[in-house]
Design a protein around this ligand. Structure first.
Ligand code: ZN
Length: 462
């Protein structure tokens, strides 16, 4: 009797343990489901918010161009009646619209993101705040003392003031294709993200294809590296012009036919303060091919057919980056940041000869032509790969690289710095040298048309 009671008791004990275990699994499964649901709905929110923000910003780019175009037409009327004061006022207004229009787009992007449950991001906000301070010093020189001439009087203070107003509400959707005047533009291997990816993934072929000084026998940067000095100094910033907002710029510039000197020529390319300029499309932005869209390119985007000629132009576009933060219930509230980047572009066309629709920049001068906005693939957007608001990358290029190239010191805790450290290790480079000596014939560029990726999606990942 006594024995069986003990047996029963043990059985009951086992049952309770089993029940507790089952309950734990059930609760865990439930929480995991909640997490999964949060992740999925977070991803959808981030996508909606990013798309809406990019479209909002691109719509303002289109409106800005239309406004500048309309003022060109009014300029024509004023010129016909010889009204110099009106012409001066019109030109001044156009110069301001090149900055206020795109920044209105930035405000609209914030509203779109916040309406889709995306909150302000401290890193983004700090970065823009810091940049506003830089803009205020543009006419005093930044970095190596380069001075950026003002496109109109008081431009930098006015522009910095607008940035401050946006910062005050917090930045949720960052302008990821912003081109700050002080940014060094490419031309250095340590400014290429591909270098770091190649080190991380031990992609020896990348070194063979991009840094070879001899193909047979293979000799690459892996052989040539001696110290941080091997990399050489960072290139100086090379801003195209100062007439366009750095954020969601519309790619226009003023041409002065009245005076002998076109605006932008002369010392450093500044505004020469004469009136009577007309606004034209910058050919560097508008006449360059739309990346990835030409199927003759080495690595085009996967798509059916060619782009219609009236839509086949690069020019202004808006790329937005945002993060959606979600908390996991299964890992003690661990946070996941879902990053989403989206791009959109204003489209329009003009009547050409015989009623044929032609791209808006066909006649050079800016005319009101933009009626449409579309999402475009990230890889087809301008400077889509740079990620101006990829905060970790920017911290590395702005703060760590100048120090490293000056004295060889790398920053602890930075992913990119730790990859440089790995590259510096002789054992790492020797492994690559040995591999290339045997296998360099395997290193070939991807064949054309092998882009892969989802249709209309991104190859660089969102
Ligand atoms: Zn770093």
């Amino acid at each position: 009797m006594k024995g069986s009671r003990t047996k029963n008791g043990r059985r009951r004990g086992q049952t309770i343990v089993f029940l507790l275990l089952a309950l734990t699994i059930l609760v865990f499964a439930f929480l995991w489901n909640v997490d999964l649901h949060r992740l999925v709905s977070g991803k959808i929110s981030a996508q909606d918010a990013g798309d809406a923000a990019a479209i909002g910003a691109a719509r303002w780019q289109g409106e800005t161009l239309n406004l500048i175009g309309n003022l060109n037409l009014v300029h024509g009327l004023a010129a016909a009646s010889g009204d110099d004061a009106a012409i001066d006022a019109i030109t001044q207004m156009q110069a301001r619209i090149c900055f206020t229009g795109p920044l209105a787009g930035l405000v609209v992007a914030q509203i779109a993101a916040k309406n889709n449950r995306i909150y302000q991001n401290d890193d983004f906000t700090d970065l823009l705040k810091k940049h506003a301070e830089e803009v205020r010093r543009y006419d005093q020189g930044v970095g190596d003392g380069i001075i950026f001439p003002e496109p109109f009087e008081g431009a930098w203070d006015e522009y910095a003031g607008m940035l401050d107003a946006i910062v005050a509400d917090g930045l949720a959707a960052a302008p990821d294709n912003a081109l700050f005047f002080g940014d060094a533009t490419g031309g250095h291997i340590l400014l290429e993200k591909d270098f770091y990816e190649a080190v991380a993934g031990r992609e020896w072929c990348w070194f063979y294809l991009n840094t070879a000084t001899s193909l047979e026998p293979p000799r690459t940067l892996l052989d040539d590296f001696v110290s941080y000095e091997t990399f050489g100094p960072l290139p100086a910033p090379d801003p195209p012009r100062y007439e366009n907002s750095e954020i969601f710029g519309v790619g226009v510039h003023a041409v002065d036919f009245g005076g002998a000197v076109p605006i932008g020529a002369g010392d450093g390319g500044g505004w020469n303060k004469t009136s009577g300029a007309w606004y034209y499309y910058s050919s560097s932005m508008w006449s360059s091919p739309w990346p990835g869209m030409n199927q003759e390119e080495a690595d085009p985007l996967p798509m059916a057919g060619q782009v219609k000629p009236e839509y086949d132009y690069a020019g202004a576009d808006a790329v937005v980056r945002l993060y959606f933060r979600t908390y996991r219930m299964t890992s003690q509230g661990k946070e996941d940041d879902i990053v989403w980047t989206a791009a959109a572009k204003p489209f329009g066309s003009l009547d050409g000869e015989d009623g044929v629709r032609v791209p808006p920049h066909t006649f050079g001068m800016v005319l009101p032509a933009f009626r449409d906005v579309r999402l475009i693939p990230i890889d087809a957007a301008t400077s889509g790969g740079d990620g101006s608001f990829d905060v970790e990358w920017r911290r590395h290029t702005d703060e760590h690289l100048p120090v490293y190239l000056d004295c060889g010191r790398l920053e602890d805790g930075c992913r990119y710095c730790s990859l440089i450290k790995r590259f510096e290790e002789a054992s790492f480079r020797n492994a690559g040298i040995a591999w290339l000596r045997k296998n360099h014939e395997q290193c070939t560029r991807p064949p054309p048309g092998g882009g892969g990726g989802r249709g209309g999606g991104s190859r660089r990942g969102h």
